[in-house]
Design a protein around this ligand. Structure first.
Ligand SMILES: NC(=O)c1ccc[n+]([C@@H]2O[C@H](COP(=O)([O-])OP(=O)(O)OC[C@H]3O[C@@H](n4cnc5c(N)ncnc54)[C@H](OP(=O)(O)O)[C@@H]3O)[C@@H](O)[C@H]2O)c1
Length: 304
């Protein structure tokens, strides 16, 4: 098996050397070499006795439409989408899950006949990850989202709204994007549930002082920005802002101890990285592709 495939491979699919198991699933990205999805999904397929393989596809933005359209005739079951395809793919599918429409991005596609159905598992995966990591439900939490204007941040914020979290504070480098998101969600936060004299839904600037002022009325800080992915990145917020009562969830999973989690440690707060969200988004996609429960423990072990 190759380490990754391309559009040219899809165009010449039937003439490629046959693998023992047919390739029927994959992840489209650019770059895609870092993706941990194949090891997780292939372990699940094997555990369930499904004779298929999941592989990486290195697809450029301009190739996405043709690559997706080739999948039904090649008997694919589904694919995941990662950067930079999550937003552009919305216009290329035949039907869309309403929550994916709301978020404006998809991270998975199910193929039925010659139709592509787009959906997004990031929000529900985030909710499951928080329950697993901290034994709490989003509806009981006051949440601050860093990077609320990106695809992951929007999915997480909409999930918080759907589950009726107590309070939501949106922070994004480009503040206007967080303001647009807050506007979309304002009806969900219309009733006053928070005892303290603070707004239930608020947008603040990416500014240490503004974030510091929120912390007394926050339980969970989430990093949904891409800060922390690169080796040279510093923590998106400094340890001096983080208080010991906080739960800190970093959607970044490129390292066990991301810069934010190191800062949380230093401040005496509990933290978890994004591996659990990756696990649950993969499990939810598997469940949608095969209409059966995913072997979550097998998938977790494969990621570890
Ligand atoms: N664990 C999981 O399963 C999972 C799933 C999905 C995503 N993620 C993670 O979520 C993160 C974002 O992914 P995405 O798909 O949402 O990407 P995206 O749509 O490109 O969004 C990137 C976000 O990061 C912000 N950002 C980028 N550089 C920044 C900087 N230097 N300072 C402050 N903010 C900065 C952007 O702010 P602007 O709006 O101002 O550009 C935007 O909010 C990545 O780290 C990714 O690994 C994890």
């Amino acid at each position: 098996m190759q380490s990754s495939y391309t559009l040219v491979d899809l165009q010449n699919w039937r003439s490629l050397p046959n693998d023992a198991q047919p390739i029927r699933l994959g992840v489209f990205g650019n770059p895609v070499e870092h993706s941990l999805s194949p090891q997780m999904q292939n372990a699940a397929l094997e555990a369930c006795g499904i004779e298929m393989q999941y592989v990486r596809f290195h697809i450029q933005p301009a190739e996405l439409k043709e690559a997706l359209r080739l999948l039904p005739s090649l008997e694919f079951v589904g694919v995941n989408l990662t950067l930079p395809h999550k937003v552009n793919a919305i216009a290329l599918v035949d039907a869309l899950d309403p929550s994916a429409q709301q978020i404006g991005a998809i991270n998975a596609i199910r193929i039925k006949g010659d139709k592509l159905f787009g959906f997004n598992t990031d929000g529900p995966a985030f909710a499951r990850a928080i329950r697993h990591e901290f034994s709490v439900d989003l509806r009981d939490l006051r949440v601050l989202v860093l990077g609320a204007g990106g695809g992951a941040g929007r999915a997480i914020a909409h999930q918080c709204a759907r589950e009726g979290c107590e309070r939501l504070v949106l922070v994004n480098r480009t503040q206007e994007k967080a303001a647009v998101l807050a506007d979309e969600m304002k009806a969900s936060f219309a009733d006053a549930r928070v005892a303290a004299p603070v707004a239930r839904l608020q947008v603040i600037g990416w500014d240490e002082q503004a974030i510091r002022e929120q912390i007394a009325n926050i339980d969970l800080v989430v990093n949904a920005s891409s800060v922390g992915m690169r080796r040279s990145d510093r923590s998106p917020i400094s340890a001096t802002i983080i208080a010991p009562h906080l739960m800190v969830y970093d959607t970044v999973y490129t390292r066990a101890r991301t810069p934010l989690l190191a800062a949380a440690d230093e401040a005496g707060a509990r933290g978890a990285n994004g591996l659990s969200m990756l696990l649950h988004q993969g499990a939810l996609a598997f469940e949608s592709w095969f209409d059966r429960d995913a072997p979550i423990d097998v998938m977790r072990r494969a990621l570890q």
